[in-house]
Design a binder for this molecule. Sequence first.
Ligand SMILES: Nc1ncnc2c1ncn2[C@@H]1O[C@H](COP(=O)(O)OP(=O)(O)OP(=O)(O)O)[C@@H](O)[C@H]1O
Ligand SMILES: [Mg+2]
Length: 361
Amino acid sequence: MFQYGEKMHEVLKLSVKESLMRGLFFAMTGFAGNFIIISVLYSGGLLVSEQAISVGELSSFLLYAAYTGVSIGGLSTFYSDINRGLGASSRIWEIIDRKPSIPISGGLKPLTGPKGDISFQNIVFSYPNRPDAPIINGLNLEIPSGQRYALVGHSGSGKSTLGHLLLRLYDPQNGQICLDKTDIKIYDPVWLHSHIGVVSQEPILFSGTVRENIAYGREQFTENEIIDVAKEANAYDFIVNKFPDGFNTVVGERGVLLSGGQKQRIAISRALLKNPKILLLDEATSALDAESEKLIQEALQRLSKGRTVLTIAHRLSTIKNADKLAVLFNGKIVELDSYDALMSIENGLFKKLNKNQILTS
Ligand SMILES: Nc1ncnc2c1ncn2[C@@H]1O[C@H](COP(=O)(O)OP(=O)(O)OP(=O)(O)O)[C@@H](O)[C@H]1O
Ligand SMILES: [Mg+2]
């Protein structure tokens, strides 16, 4: 707060200085302009009284001089305006001309939905802004269709990153991610996204109504569908009973008017409405109260039915419900088995993670 105050004070001092200088500049130019006019009138007056020039000649001289002066002054502001415009537009052109390394659309669009087999093969990945720090380093993982896998690992081990790769928000530097034995790079990104439902760690809502947020990504839907998915996601009760305008309630910029648990249940409704074959769930690390926790778990259980699910798990209940747990460590999957099997490994990594309580129970 103190630092902020200090910086604001600095800005204030600079603005006062700018205003003073500006005032001084315009006072000087105004004064100089008027002084010149008076001098011309004075010496012109002398010339008229000596009958060297006529009054008409003096006034036309003054008029022309004033026109020329104003026009030259205008030119200088015109020049600076043009420069300012060019500077601003060059930044816009830069953005327009940028070629995304991952195309926005185009590619294979199978007529039927995917079966849902996912495989990560030898993935090596580092974020573009930190190319020498690989987050994923030689990772292999196969998730058969219809199975529920939970990904566990330390905070910062790269779990969300793996989700970003599956959604093809980034391409790995090495290795392949396949959906139904075909590299996801072959598919049309729009098709790919339409078959992967995401409930992210911090669900992103838009400043619209609850209904618009649930229907986001779907062009056609009926009111009954919206109500059904909201019920399935355990969101219906709070939408209808706690919100002033029900489904028409505005959620505020990025959903600020909603609690974390409410945002998650709206995100689950959205994923349900999309009815995707693959689900990517990134559990929130923040603790929720037991009641919303239970409601969300229930909703996620319903959402998972009949789909290939990759859950980035922070909660023991999710982990126990998964078909298999994949333990991510140093950019690789180092353990892969059911909860009971992993807990029975002496000195196993998962057992240690569990003991250190990185998982919320
Ligand atoms: N956009 C990015 N650019 C550069 N580095 C990033 C970016 N996003 C994440 N990272 C880094 O990558 C590493 C893995 O991040 P990631 O978000 O995948 O962790 P996580 O396992 O999901 O952690 P958590 O359990 O806390 O959610 C971290 O060290 C993080 O600093
Ligand atoms: Mg994460």
